[in-house]
Design a protein around this ligand. Structure first.
Ligand code: ADP
Length: 341
């Protein structure tokens, strides 16, 4: 005969779970539910102990009963029954040591999509306060009498901090946008070589500021690719900005554009610190940064290359890196050339 655990045992069974979880007896009556379930359905556990699951939520109760009728004591992974946030729902039988089933555990896990939407709305909500803080900072810089040298130093620190938060928000939004189905809606024939050449022009001043020589070497070729100019420019900017950021003062960067084997190939070659072999396969993952003393001091988000990868993949192209520590790095983009008109 199956025995139901004590209320304390049920409580500790659910305690480690951060998702909403409900324990039912064999007949589908509620034995216990955890605080995330109370918040999710806006109920209290006391009111529902002993009640059928239908009383907590009709769709969930009907889904569970239908599953029990059809599959007996097998675990169920749902299509979700009309629950807010489109969670994934599982129902698994609970058994005692001799294998006899005494009840069910239902877990309502928030879906990845829900999490992505929540993060998304937080990122959007951060934009307004950041804008307010930046405007207040501008006004503080204009107060009279003028700020003392020490106050100005603090204002500069604040400005740098706000700029970094702004950049992080911008990057997070770019990651989200590039993955949306409507991104890359402005595809047209264009020259990838032009995109990289123009990006190099935009970065001459920042290279100069570090006495870095930034050269473009363009092999003959008039081929075109099908691409979204805005996204490809931001990919080129990311690669050239990284080369400038990680290459020490007085270094050299070459942007090489050419056509090989039916592809437009653009490479950004620097003679900076290089990247250890072990880090190279992970560079394009979101938030991945090389962890060494030299590079940790250089600010960054670890999102730039993840954005570049998403852009290039969505264009059906290849992104690659070759690098040797102490010698420099080459980041390359290859996109299929279109047939000539
Ligand atoms: P971020 O530069 O914001 O940290 P990225 O995604 O653009 O993020 O780059 C990921 C990591 O790859 C960087 O943190 C850095 O360690 C390494 N990296 C990228 N480009 C270079 C480069 N040209 N030279 C050396 N390391 C690089």
């Amino acid at each position: 005969m199956a025995r139901t655990p004590s209320p304390e045992a049920l409580k500790s069974l659910l305690a480690p779970l951060s998702d909403a979880a409900i324990v039912l007896d064999r007949d589908g009556r509620i034995l216990h539910l955890n605080p995330p379930t109370e918040r999710y359905f806006n109920v209290t556990v006391e009111r529902l102990v002993g009640a059928p699951l239908l009383d907590l939520h009709r769709g969930l109760g009907e889904w569970f009963e239908a599953h029990q009728r059809a599959a007996g004591m097998a675990a169920a992974v749902s299509p979700p029954p009309n629950l807010d946030g489109q969670p994934s729902v599982t129902a698994a039988p609970l058994t005692q040591a001799d294998g006899e089933c005494w009840g069910w555990m239902i877990v309502i896990a928030r879906s990845e999509r829900w999490k992505a939407q929540a993060i998304d709305s937080v990122i959007h909500d951060l934009k307004n306060p950041l804008h307010l803080a930046s405007s207040a900072l501008v006004m503080l810089g204009e107060v009279s009498p003028p700020a003392t040298a020490l106050q100005q130093e603090y204002l500069r620190l604040l400005e740098t901090g706000l700029e970094r938060i702004g950049r992080l928000i911008e990057r997070l939004l770019a990651v989200e946008r590039v993955e949306s189905p409507t991104a890359l809606s402005e595809m047209r024939r264009l020259s990838l070589a032009d995109v990289f050449q123009q990006s190099a022009r935009r970065h001459v001043l920042s290279a100069d500021a570090k006495s870095i020589t930034l050269l473009v070497e363009r092999a003959p070729g008039e081929g075109e690719i099908l691409g979204d100019e805005g996204w490809l420019s931001s990919a080129a900017d990311n690669l050239i900005e990284n080369a400038i950021k990680y290459t020490p003062m007085g270094g050299q960067i070459q942007v090489s554009v050419a056509e090989h084997g039916g592809e437009a190939v653009c490479e950004v070659i620097d003679n900076g610190p290089g990247i250890p072999l072990a880090d190279q396969p992970r560079l394009f993952e979101p938030f991945y940064r090389v962890e060494n003393d030299q590079q940790r001091r250089i600010p960054g988000t670890g999102l730039g290359l993840a954005i570049v990868r998403a852009v290039i993949e969505r264009h059906g192209g290849r992104l690659y890196v070759t690098s040797e520590p102490g010698q420099g790095s080459t980041f390359g983009v290859a996109l299929p050339l279109l047939a000539r008109d």
